[in-house]
Design a binder for this molecule. Structure first.
Ligand SMILES: NC(=O)c1ccc[n+]([C@@H]2O[C@H](COP(=O)([O-])OP(=O)(O)OC[C@H]3O[C@@H](n4cnc5c(N)ncnc54)[C@H](OP(=O)(O)O)[C@@H]3O)[C@@H](O)[C@H]2O)c1
Length: 265
C-alpha cells in the first residue's frame, strides 16, 4: 500500500503513530502537522511537517489525532476540499456521522488504538462507515496492523467499549505495575530491582496468557495455593471490593466515551 498519509496532531498518540508508520515504510510518505511546532520538533519530524492545508491536499489518508474537544476548531480551520479523502479518526467518542458532517467527507474510519502502538504491539478496534469501499478497508486494515493487532468491529457503538477496555487499558496496567513496584520498594527491594521484578511479572504473565489454553481466571487460580501467600493477598483484594472498584472505573471510562460522543450532537 503506497499511499501518502497525513497526521493531524503530534501529541502522545499522533506522535506514536507517526514513529511506527515511518519505521514500517508502509506508506509512500508520512506528513504530520500540529499547531505547536515543539511537538513535531520533539519527534524530529521536521522534514515531514506540512501546514494544515498542504497536508490535507497532499495526503490520500488523513489521520485525526487531536482531542475530541479540539475537533470542532480543527474542522473550522479546514479550507480545502477533502470530500473524497479517506479519514481515519483515533478520537475517542466522536462518531463517523459527526466527523463526516463537520468535515464534509464521505469516507470515515474510526479507530481506537492504544499506547502500545508505539512499539507496534497495540490492539486497534476499528469501524468503517458505509461509503468506505472493500479495497479501502483492506488498505486500512493493513495500515492499522502496523500499530498492532487490528480488529474490525461491525457496530460503531462497540468502539466505546473498546475505548474503555483497551484504549485506556495500558493506563490500568501501568498503574498496577507502578503500585507493585512501590510495594516492592516498601518491602525492601531497591528501585531498580523492584522495576525488574514488577515489569517482568507483567510481561511473563501476559505472554503466558497469550499462549495458554487456560483463560485469565483459570490461570489466576493456578497461582493461588490453598493457605499460601497469593491466597492471603487475593483475600484482601476480594474483601475490599477490588472487582467492584474496577467495574466502576471501567463504567466511568465507558460513560466518558459516550459523553464525548454527545459533545457534537
Ligand atoms: N493517548 C492515548 O493513549 C490514546 C489512546 C487512544 C486514542 N487516543 C485519542 O487520540 C487523540 C489524541 O490524544 P493524545 O493523547 O495524543 O492528545 P495530545 O497529546 O493532547 O495530542 C493532541 C495534539 O493535537 C494538537 N491539536 C489540537 N488541535 C489542533 C489543531 N486544530 N490543529 C493541529 N493540532 C492540534 C494538540 O494541541 P493542544 O494541546 O493545544 O490541544 C496536541 O498537541 C484523542 O482524541 C484521544 O481520544 C489517545
Amino acid at each position: 500500500m503506497k499511499k501518502t498519509i497525513g497526521i493531524i496532531g503530534a501529541g502522545n498518540m499522533g506522535g506514536a503513530i507517526y514513529r511506527i508508520l515511518k519505521q514500517s515504510r508502509l506508506a509512500k510518505r508520512v506528513y504530520i502537522y500540529d499547531k505547536h511546532a515543539n511537538k513535531t520538533n520533539a519527534l524530529k519530524a521536521r522534514a515531514d511537517v506540512l501546514g494544515l492545508q498542504d497536508l490535507l491536499t497532499q495526503s490520500d489518508i488523513i489521520i485525526l489525532a487531536v482531542k475530541p474537544q479540539s475537533f470542532k476548531d480543527l474542522a473550522d480551520e479546514i479550507g480545502v476540499e477533502i470530500k473524497n479523502k479517506l479519514i481515519v479518526s483515533v478520537m475517542a467518542g466522536v462518531s463517523t456521522q459527526t466527523i463526516s458532517g463537520l468535515l464534509k467527507s464521505k469516507k470515515i474510519i474510526r479507530a481506537m488504538p492504544n499506547m502500545a502502538a508505539r512499539i507496534g504491539q497495540g490492539v486497534v478496534g476499528w469501524f468503517a462507515n458505509k461509503p468506505v469501499l472493500k479495497s479501502e478497508k483492506t488498505d486500512i486494515a493493513r495500515l492499522l496492523s502496523v500499530l498492532g493487532l487490528a480488529v474490525e468491529v461491525k457496530k460503531e457503538p462497540l468502539l466505546d467499549v473498546v475505548t474503555a477496555v483497551s484504549g485506556s487499558g495500558p493506563a490500568y496496567f501501568f498503574y498496577l505495575c507502578g503500585l507493585l513496584e512501590a510495594q516492592a520498594v516498601r518491602l525492601g527491594l531497591d528501585k531498580k530491582s523492584a522495576r525488574v521484578f514488577a515489569t517482568q511479572t507483567f510481561i511473563g504473565s501476559a505472554t503466558l496468557l497469550k499462549v495458554s489454553e487456560q483463560d485469565a481466571g483459570q490461570l489466576c487460580l493456578s497461582v493461588i495455593s490453598r493457605k499460601g501467600t497469593t491466597a492471603a493477598a487475593m483475600e484482601v483484594l476480594k474483601k475490599n471490593g477490588f472487582a467492584k472498584i474496577f467495574e466502576r472505573a471501567l463504567s466511568a471510562a465507558f460513560k466518558r466515551a459516550r459523553e464525548l460522543s454527545k459533545l457534537y450532537e
